[in-house]
Design a protein around this ligand. Structure first.
Ligand code: CO
Length: 302
C-alpha cells in the first residue's frame, strides 16, 4: 500500500508545484545513499557548523540511520518554532517560494540523488532541503527572520527588486557564516550540503569573509556555478532579527538604485574579517562583463 503524505494543507499553491513524500517507496539503495552521504558529511561539518545548526539537527532527529519521515519531521519543526514543511515538486518560481516562507512553510523536495551522483547534483534534493536547511529553522531568531524575509520577498517581486532580496537570501540562508568568540562557523545550507564548499570556505584562504551588512549584501552579486569568493559573517542570529519586512524592503529599494558590487570586490567601508587570496583567474574582466549584463537586466525591471 502506498501512503502519500503532504503537509501543505494550510497553504495554497498551484497544483503543478505540489509534491508529496511517499516514505514507504524509498528502497534499500536510497537508504544506503542517505546513510553514506549523511555519515560522511556529518563528519565534515561537525567541527565547522555553528552550534545552533548542530543543536537543530538533534532536535529534529536527523540521523544517517533513517531517511526522514516528513510527517514526523513536520511535527518536530512545528513544535520548535511553528514552521511547517511544504512538500513541493522540484522547481518552484520565486513568488510561490516567497509566499510559502511568508506563511512559515519551508519548501522541500522529497527526492534523493542516486549513487552515481553522490557528489554533485544540479537541483537540490532532500539532503540539501531537509538535512542542511531545516536545523536552523528550529531557532527562534532565524525562524522569525525567514518569515519576515518571505513577506518582504512577496512585495519585492512585485516592485522589481527580486535580485536584491535574492542576494540577501543567498548570502544568509544559503551561504551564511556566523562568528562566536572570533571563531567563524557555517550556517548556510548551500555550504553545509556541499562537501567541497564546507572544506573550502574555512580551511582554504581564497575567499573574503566580510562582516554582515544587509545593504551591502543586497548589492552584491553572486555566482551560482562555483564556490563563492565572498561570504558575509553575522555576529549572532539576533542580527538578522533587525531585518523585519519593512526594513528589508527599504534596503532592497536602496540597493536596487545603488551600484552593484561584484563578488570579488571589497569596499573601503567593509569590515573585512579575512581578506581572500584571490587567484588570477578570479578576474576583473569577467566581473565587469557580468556586472554590465546585470545592470542592463535590473534597469529593464524598473
Ligand atoms: Co537551498
Amino acid at each position: 500500500m502506498v501512503t502519500y503524505v503532504h503537509t501543505n494543507k494550510r497553504v495554497h499553491i498551484p497544483n503543478e508545484y505540489v509534491g508529496a513524500q511517499d516514505w514507504l517507496a524509498y528502497n534499500d539503495s536510497d537508504r544506503e545513499v542517505w546513510r553514506d552521504l549523511i555519515t560522511a558529511q556529518t563528519r565534515n561539518v561537525r567541527p565547522r557548523a555553528c552550534a545552533e545548526w548542530q543543536q537543530g539537527l538533534e532536535t529534529l532527529g536527523l540521523t544517517p540511520h533513517e531517511i526522514p519521515d516528513y510527517r514526523k519531521l513536520d511535527k518536530k519543526l512545528y513544535n520548535a518554532t511553528g514552521w511547517h514543511l511544504a512538500v513541493v515538486s522540484c522547481f518552484i518560481p520565486p513568488d510561490v517560494f516567497f509566499y510559502l516562507l511568508s506563511k512559515r512553510h519551508f519548501p522541500v523536495t522529497a527526492w534523493l540523488r542516486d549513487r552515481e551522483n553522490m557528489d554533485y547534483i544540479p537541483e537540490p534534493d532532500m539532503v540539501h532541503d531537509v538535512w542542511a536547511h531545516t536545523p536552523v529553522l528550529t531557532m527562534w531568531p532565524f525562524a522569525d527572520y525567514l518569515q519576515a524575509f518571505g513577506k518582504a520577498g512577496v512585495e519585492a517581486t512585485k516592485r522589481g527588486w527580486l535580485e536584491q532580496v535574492q542576494a540577501l537570501y543567498w548570502y544568509t540562508v544559503e551561504f551564511g557564516l556566523t562568528r562566536k568568540d572570533g571563531d567563524t562557523k557555517i550556517y548556510g545550507a548551500g555550504i553545509l550540503s556541499s562537501k567541497g564548499e564546507t572544506m573550502y570556505v574555512l580551511d582554504k584562504p581564497r575567499s573574503h569573509h566580510i562582516a554582515f551588512d544587509p545593504s551591502r549584501v543586497m548589492r552584491t552579486n553572486y555566482r551560482i556555478d562555483e564556490f563563492q569568493l565572498t561570504y558575509f559573517v553575522v555576529d549572532s542570529f539576533e542580527q538578522l532579527l533587525g531585518l523585519d519586512q519593512r526594513e528589508i524592503l527599504r534596503l532592497a529599494r536602496k540597493a536596487h538604485d545603488g551600484r552593484p558590487i561584484s563578488w570579488i570586490e571589497t569596499k573601503k567601508e567593509d569590515q573585512i574579517l579575512r581578506h581572500g587570496k584571490l587567484k588570477k583567474t578570479d578576474d576583473h574582466g569577467v566581473q565587469a562583463k557580468m556586472l554590465k549584463k546585470w545592470r542592463a537586466q535590473s534597469r529593464g525591471m524598473r
